[in-house]
Design a protein. Structure first.
Ligand code: M6R
Length: 605
């Protein structure tokens, strides 16, 4: 999400750090900062974009060691104080960090009692205070000790004036690489930040700590030294920005398991069969009274709303209605004190959605948001809400953000359900199943090559249907939207039961259908729909549950997904559809990341 760059060596550190940070900005950052050691530390932070020329004209430094960071806010708003590096009470130790510290609130409370003074709202700041607390005379020892208190994920880099000739870096589930050159080393969260200086890199693995000095590098794991040889990366800048993938869209689909993991991280209270959503704490009491929810969003976010509607009604017993932002404006919603509205948006800047938010506020409804971009208009205008933490989404086609939205909706369902009639057992069951989803999502992505073959095989067809029922009806809509927006073929999502009311007239051997039919409450009905299609010679690609052998008798192609609870199936069933759309469009040579006529953020009504 955020970007880290560090340098130690024979050259001036500042220009190298700044140009590295500038190269990371393609991911859409909101603030940046660095700390370089001259005779004393030079700490600088700013909100907004980096202007290398401007920064270098303004700031002079001959320091040969430093760390820098571009922030994409997750915990705490976009402010100078929240930008990294963070320092402890004495401004002697400096930290840049990517990831999420789950137990930061507890740690912060304890550190404050011990006399530490905090300057920001971030989770990161606890790391530097912990290092300060444990520091005696050696930075890596203090870092290693501090990490023992931390629960969460991190890629971090630390420097200290009290142990000044080294950078200490550590990683757990957040990427960090070390660039190796003659008498100099760089660290970065992303190869694109350093490959103009060196292509020799060492990838830091989980639980490894690197001690980087200008004349040598030591990597420690459980305090024992490891031998690691640098490897050569051949990527050019453009490939590096995409993590080696051909397109951002593919990179973002491949990040879907991590998105689920980040969305749920630190948000479960397993023993209570419940979730902890900090962003809803302020409205907790009011939410208990709610008996009517409107869910509003556009495009893909609207399909998330539709799934939320099914979830809330089935598990939280709340009357729920979803609508497009662009249509809801023309309705006359009945709003009273027991009405809540939830606005879902990746960008938090979609004009149609924001317009509805304004109207619902005026009508006095509680307005909640599910947003990816911290500090966006939506997140500022809503009364409360939950961030998806999906990281920057660059491709115009929304993929990983949708997965984040569905994961949050499932958690809000548990939250609302447990406030009402959901039993402890049921709550526990959903929470445990959610925990297993990241691995299951990875299992689907392993089939990417198979899905690619299917997509190529079908890329001559010009019309597609996508069908599904219940939770997977909106997934049919999403699958069709994704295919049409990036490959320009006609695709229509239909509720399985609606086929015979009209669309069936179009089915023949030239019109394939993608049928989303996991083994759930509506499986038998979906099989009947597939039979209707097969009777008219329509080719069928089935998205079915692992272990379903019977489906082989009727479907032409099958993509298997792992079994999970019915409420969570859409989070898995959409993954093969994202891959299918991607490979289909790519095989036609389409400009996948920037489809014609479309924009990433639609800020006009
Ligand atoms: O930023 P938002 O989530 O509010 O954007 C909503 C839609 O514009 C967006 O989902 C759009 O439909 C995508 N191109 C779908 O892939």
């Amino acid at each position: 999400m955020c970007g880290i760059v560090g340098y130690i060596g024979k050259q001036k550190a500042l220009p190298i750090i700044l140009s590295g940070l500038e190269r990371l900005e393609y991911r859409g950052y909101d603030s940046f900062g660095f700390c370089v050691f001259n005779s004393k530390p030079l700490l600088y932070k700013e909100v907004g974009k980096i202007s290398l020329a401007k920064a270098l004209a303004k700031i002079k430094s001959d320091g040969l060691i430093g760390i820098g960071h571009t922030r994409w806010a997750t915990t705490g708003e976009v402010t100078k104080e929240n930008a990294h590096p963070h320092s402890g009470c004495k401004e002697e130790i400096f930290v840049v960090h990517n990831g999420i510290i789950e137990n930061y609130k507890q740690l912060k409370e304890k550190l404050i009692k011990e006399g530490h003074k905090f300057k920001s709202e971030t989770d990161t700041e606890v790391i530097v205070h912990l290092i300060e607390k444990y520091f005696k005379d050696n930075l890596e020892k203090a870092v290693t000790r501090a990490l023992k208190d931390i629960r969460g994920t991190y890629g971090l880099a630390v420097i200290s004036v009290k142990d000044p000739d080294k950078i200490v870096a550590a990683r757990l589930s957040s990427p960090l690489i070390i660039g190796v050159s003659e008498d100099e080393f760089l660290i970065a969260s992303d190869p694109s930040a350093i490959i103009t200086t060196t292509r020799q890199i060492i990838i830091l693995e989980d639980n490894e700590v690197a001690v980087i000095k200008k004349d040598g590098l030591t990597i420690l794991k459980e305090e024992k030294e490891l031998k690691k040889e640098p490897e050569m990366i051949e990527w050019d800048i453009e490939q590096a920005e995409k993590g080696g993938y051909k397109h951002f869209m593919l990179k973002e689909i491949m990040e879907e398991p991590n998105v689920i993991e980040d969305a749920i991280r630190g948000r479960f209270i397993l023993e209570e069969g419940n979730v902890k959503l900090g962003g809803l704490e302020s409205v907790e009491k009011k939410l208990r009274e709610i008996n009517n929810i409107f869910l509003i969003g556009c495009g893909t976010a609207h399909y998330a709303c539709k799934i939320g509607e099914y979830m809330f009604e089935e598990y939280a017993d709340i009357l729920s209605q979803s609508d497009f932002g662009s249509e809801f404006r023309y309705r006359k919603p009945i709003v009273d004190k027991k009405t809540a509205s939830i606005f879902i948006s990746q960008s938090g800047e979609t004009a149609d959605t924001l317009g509805c938010l304004k109207e619902m506020k005026e009508k006095g409804a509680m307005c909640l948001g599910i947003t990816n971009v911290v500090g966006s208009s939506q997140s500022r205008e809503t009364n409360a809400g939950v961030y998806t933490r999906s990281g920057p989404e660059i491709a115009v086609a929304s993929t990983k953000a949708f997965i984040g939205q569905l994961t949050i909706l499932a958690m809000i369902t548990v939250y609302l359900g447990r406030q009402r009639n959901m039993s402890l057992t049921e709550g526990k069951e959903i929470v445990s199943a959610l925990k297993k989803l990241p691995l299951m999502a990875k299992e689907i992505l392993i089939q990417a090559e198979e899905i690619k073959k299917i997509a190529k095989k079908y890329n001559k067809y010009k019309d597609f249907f996508f069908i599904g029922r219940k939770y997977n009806y909106p997934i049919a809509l999403e699958g069709a939207l994704k295919l049409k927006e990036i490959s320009y073929v006609h695709a229509e999502g239909v509720a399985g039961g609606e086929l015979k009311h009209g669309p069936l007239a179009l089915i023949d051997k030239n019109c394939p259908t993608i049928a989303i039919c996991p083994t759930d409450a509506v499986y038998e009905k979906m099989i009947s729909n597939i039979e209707e299609i097969k009777a008219r010679k329509g080719p069928v690609i089935a998205i079915a549950s692992k272990g379903n052998e019977e489906i082989k008798k009727i479907a032409d192609e099958i993509i298997y997904i792992p079994k999970t609870l019915e409420i969570l199936t859409p989070i898995l069933s959409v993954i093969p559809l994202h891959l299918f759309a991607y490979y289909f469009a790519d095989s036609l040579g389409c400009d996948v990341d920037k489809p014609k006529n479309l924009a990433k953020s639609v800020t006009v009504e």
